[in-house]
Design a protein around this ligand. Structure first.
Ligand code: FNR
Length: 341
C-alpha cells in the first residue's frame, strides 16, 4: 500500500507482511513456543485502563526527557532488532537517520547488516546512539566490539542477558531455518558481568531482565539503568510482560525506582502502551518490531511511524490531562492495573 494510507503501527505490520518474503516476515513476527508471552505482550493492554484528569492545563505538551543523561524528544526509542536488513537496503542507516531527525534514541543490534562504524557515522550531527551487544563466549571478540562501539561514538551499551547460550525455540521461523545455537556464553555469572564492566568505559545496561529480583540485583550492582524485556516473547514462553514485572518491582522493591533508570518493552505499538509503562515507573520504552516493519518503506517509513507514535503521545497526554510526560513517570494514579493484578 502507498505510505500515505498507513495511519498506525499495525498498518505497517500488515504492509510488511505483504512486502516481505514469507520467510523474512516469519523471522520478524516469530516468537517462542506457543507465543503465550508474545500474545500477552500484544493483548494484555486490553486489561489496562488509563485514568484521565479533566481540570488541568494541557496547552503546552512536553515529551522531552533524558535517557542516561542524554536529551531526547520523547520517552520511546528504537530497540535493537537483528536482521534489519531484511526490510530495506541500508536498513540501519535508515533507522539511524529517522531517529536522528526526530531526536529519538536508536539502539542498533550487534546482528546488523551494516558495520558498527558505518552505523556510528550514519546519524545526524550530534546524534546520540547506544549499541546493543551480546555476551560472546569469545572474550577477544567481545573486547574488540566494545572498543569499536566506543570509538564509533556510541554512548552506552545495552547488554542483552536473556538468551545466554541458547536462543528461544521459535516455530514460525523454524519452518524456514534450523535456527541453532546463539553462540553466546552460557555461564554468565555476576563475576563475568563485573569483568565485562571493566572492558569498556561506556555505561552498561543489562537488557532482558524479567524478574523484580534481577531488577533489584542490577540496582544493587550499581548499574545506571536496567531494561525489562522478554525479547518480544522470543525467548522464554510464559515469561511475564513488562507490566507484570514492573508491578512486582512496586510490590517487592519499590525503593529501586529511585536508584536506577528502568526501560521496558514488549508489544508496544501505541502511545497508550508507552503511557502505561511510564506510569508504572519506566523512564523510556522500546519499540522492537514496529520500526522493523516500517523500514520496508525505508527511512521515510520509519520517520512516519515515529511521527505517528509521537502524535499519539502528545494527543493522549492532552486527553489524560497531563502536559508533561515526565510527570506521568512513576505516577500510578494514571493507570489502573486491577485486571492484571
Ligand atoms: C529482537 N530483539 C533483539 N534484542 C536484542 O537485544 N538483540 C537483538 O539482536 C534482537 N533481535 C531481535 C530481532 C527481531 C526480529 C525482534 C522482533 C526482536 C528484541 C527487541 O530488542 C525487543 O526487546 C522486542 O522486539 C520488543 O518487543 P516488540 O516491540 O517487538 O513487541
Amino acid at each position: 500500500p502507498p505510505i500515505e494510507d498507513l495511519v498506525d503501527a499495525n498498518d505497517f505490520q500488515i504492509a510488511a507482511k505483504n512486502v516481505l518474503s514469507t520467510k523474512n516476515y516469519a523471522y520478524y513476527r516469530t516468537a517462542a513456543l506457543d507465543e503465550v508471552t508474545y500474545n500477552a505482550n500484544m493483548f494484555d493492554w486490553e486489561k489496562i485502563r488509563l485514568n484521565g484528569f479533566s481540570f488541568t492545563d494541557v496547552s503546552n505538551i512536553n515529551t522531552k526527557t533524558s535517557i542516561l543523561g542524554h536529551q531526547f524528544d520523547a520517552p520511546f526509542f528504537i530497540a535493537p532488532a537483528a536482521k534489519a536488513g531484511f526490510a530495506s537496503n541500508g536498513a540501519e542507516t535508515n533507522l539511524a537517520k529517522a531517529a536522528g531527525a526526530a531526536n529519538l534514541l536508536y539502539v542498533p543490534s550487534i546482528s546488523s547488516s551494516q558495520s558498527i562504524e558505518e552505523i556510528g557515522k550514519a546519524g545526524v550531527s550530534g546524534q546520540v546512539m547506544f549499541h546493543q551487544e551480546y555476551i560472546w563466549s569469545d572474550t577477544a571478540k567481545l573486547q574488540d566490539e566494545l572498543t569499536r562501539m566506543e570509538k564509533a561514538g556510541f554512548k552506552a551499551i545495552f547488554l542483552t542477558v536473556d538468551n545466554t547460550g541458547v536462543n528461544g525455540i521459535r516455530d514460525r521461523y523454524l519452518r524456514f531455518s534450523a535456527g541453532g545455537d546463539a553462540g553466546h556464553s552460557s555461564s554468565f555469572t555476576i563475576d563475568a558481568l563485573n569483568k565485562l564492566r571493566n572492558m569498556t568505559s561506556l555505561p552498561i545496561v543489562p537488557k532482558g531482565v524479567k524478574t523484580a529480583h534481577d531488577v533489584k540485583l542490577c540496582a544493587d550492582l550499581g548499574f545506571p539503568a536496567v531494561y525489562i524485556s522478554n525479547h518480544g516473547g522470543r525467548v522464554v514462553d510464559l515469561a511475564p510482560t513488562a507490566v507484570e514485572v514492573l508491578l512486582d518491582v512496586h510490590r517487592l522493591y519499590p525503593e529501586v525506582f529511585d536508584k536506577i533508570e528502568i526501560y521496558a518493552d514488549g508489544g508496544v505499538r501505541r502511545a497508550s502502551h508507552i503511557i502505561t509503562l511510564l506510569a508504572l515507573g519506566a523512564r523510556a520504552v522500546g519499540l522492537g518490531r514496529a520500526p522493523m516493519y516500517a523500514n520496508v518503506y525505508g527511512q521515510q517509513g520509519v520517520s512516519k511511524l515515529l511521527d505517528i507514535i509521537k502524535k499519539e503521545l502528545t494527543t493522549e497526554l492532552a486527553l489524560i490531562g497531563e502536559a508533561d510526560s515526565n510527570n506521568v513517570r512513576g505516577n500510578r494514579t494514571f493507570v489502573n492495573t486491577r485486571r492484571v493484578e
